[in-house]
Design a protein around this ligand. Structure first.
Ligand code: PMP
Length: 394
């Protein structure tokens, strides 16, 4: 029977990584996969993560199963990090998941269980895996306008017009901060407008927050999520610790379902536990335990926050340097958006032929939609990139 299987499309970003590795040129720059890298091109284990792992190694007495929702202390610590005191704890159902991807997957399954005909509105563009998983689950998706190819900011009018076509029960998927792949984000006034539409039309909000602390700061990056969660009747939040704790391979995420009704929250909690049970039973624990150890220990937490801030500021510095170099080479301000974008990515808005030309002629690898990973740069490669971008005629 296995001969009936059809080849599945390769993940474009992973294929790009492979092509980069196989490129024999010395002078090449990898701006593809969404992993933070320091100036030496290394994705370091954060100091607080190392310290927490040491502590766990010494103190952990058992590897027996946790609960289906994971360790409740992890959910508590993450809820505090993401939502602060904006929502009463009793209104939040939460389960640990294998990464933010696992959280998204469980959220989509919960939506499908609750309302098989719900359509999921996703930004155009969005993280490709959103669409891929939704398609795999047979769920209907609608893309709402998001990126303005001219300004490289948000096409807010287009977004609002498209969201207004949603019907009660449809889901609106939003990136809590640091939009992937564009780097373009809503301001809080615009978020409020989106919230108003969600409430007016009876829509369900879903937030994917995978880069808290990579944009304007830990608290700042959570503001939109808190605003939505505290203003709508029901909402799902998929969170990832992969980036802000640097625990990518440990698969550390959390899915929250918020409602303003205790009986509904209990039903949400049991549904989320059920979904974990069906898919993988107990969620991974190591990364979650590391995160909990850090968040609940004032010294480790302060060190983690300090290192995260260093990472954030280094990316902001690279953005500014790139914007300045682009201005110098092009003699125009048309690349100012690079400094305005937030998070690890910026979408250049370059045609696929130019992206290909950057790879072929300059050894510069970015995703085909012209998303570049700012953290793939360093002070020496920024001028090379800026010159190449202007040379190919972006
Ligand atoms: N959502 C978004 C928007 C992302 O960019 C990512 C990571 N690429 C994820 C979710 C999932 O991250 P992970 O599963 O590695 O935690």
């Amino acid at each position: 029977m296995f001969e009936n299987l059809k080849p599945q499309p390769a993940d474009k970003i992973l294929a790009l990584m492979q092509a980069y590795r196989e490129d024999p040129r010395d002078q090449k720059i990898d701006l593809g996969v969404g992993v933070y890298k320091n100036a030496d091109g290394i994705t370091p284990v954060m100091r607080a993560v190392k310290a927490a792992e040491k502590r766990i190694l010494e103190e952990q007495q058992s590897k027996a199963y946790t609960g289906l929702a994971g360790d409740p202390a992890y959910a508590d610590a993450m809820i505090d990090l993401i939502l602060g005191t904006s929502i009463p704890r009793g209104n939040i159902a939460a389960v640990a998941t294998p990464g933010g991807t696992g959280a998204c997957r469980q959220a989509f399954e919960m939506i499908r269980m609750a309302n098989p005909s719900a359509r999921v509105f996703v930004s155009n563009p969005t993280w490709p895996n959103h669409l891929s998983i939704l398609n795999y689950l047979g769920m209907e998706t609608v893309q709402y306008r998001y990126f303005d190819g001219e300004t490289r900011g948000v096409d807010f009018e287009g977004m609002i017009a498209d969201l207004k076509t949603a019907k009660a029960g449809d889901v609106v998927l939003l990136h809590g901060c640091c939009h992937n792949p564009t780097g373009a984000n809503l301001n809080l006034v615009q978020w409020q407008e989106v919230v108003n539409i969600i409430n007016e039309l009876g829509l369900v909000a879903m937030i994917d927050i995978a880069y808290q602390g990579f944009g304007d700061g830990l608290e700042e990056d959570a503001q939109a999520t808190r605003l939505v969660a505290s203003s709508v009747k029901r909402c799902l939040i998929a969170a990832s610790c992969s980036k802000n704790f640097g625990v990518y391979r440990e698969r550390t995420g959390l899915l929250m379902a918020i409602s303003d009704d205790a009986a509904q929250t209990a039903l949400n909690q049991s549904t989320l536990a059920f979904l974990n049970r069906q898919n993988y039973s107990f969620p991974p624990d190591h990364g979650a335990r590391v995160v909990t150890t850090i968040l609940t220990d004032p010294t480790l937490r302060a060190d983690w926050e300090a290192e995260l801030e260093e990472i954030r500021l280094s990316m902001l510095g690279l953005r500014q340097q790139l914007a300045d170099e682009l201005q110098r080479h092009s003699g125009s301000d048309r690349f100012g958006f690079v400094a305005q974008h937030r998070g690890m990515f910026s979408r250049l808005g370059a045609a696929p032929e130019l992206v290909e030309q950057l790879r072929a002629d300059h050894g510069i690898y970015m995703v085909g939609d012209s998303r570049l990973n700012i953290a793939g740069l360093n002070a020496n490669t920024v001028p090379i990139l800026a010159k190449a971008i202007v040379d190919v005629g972006v």
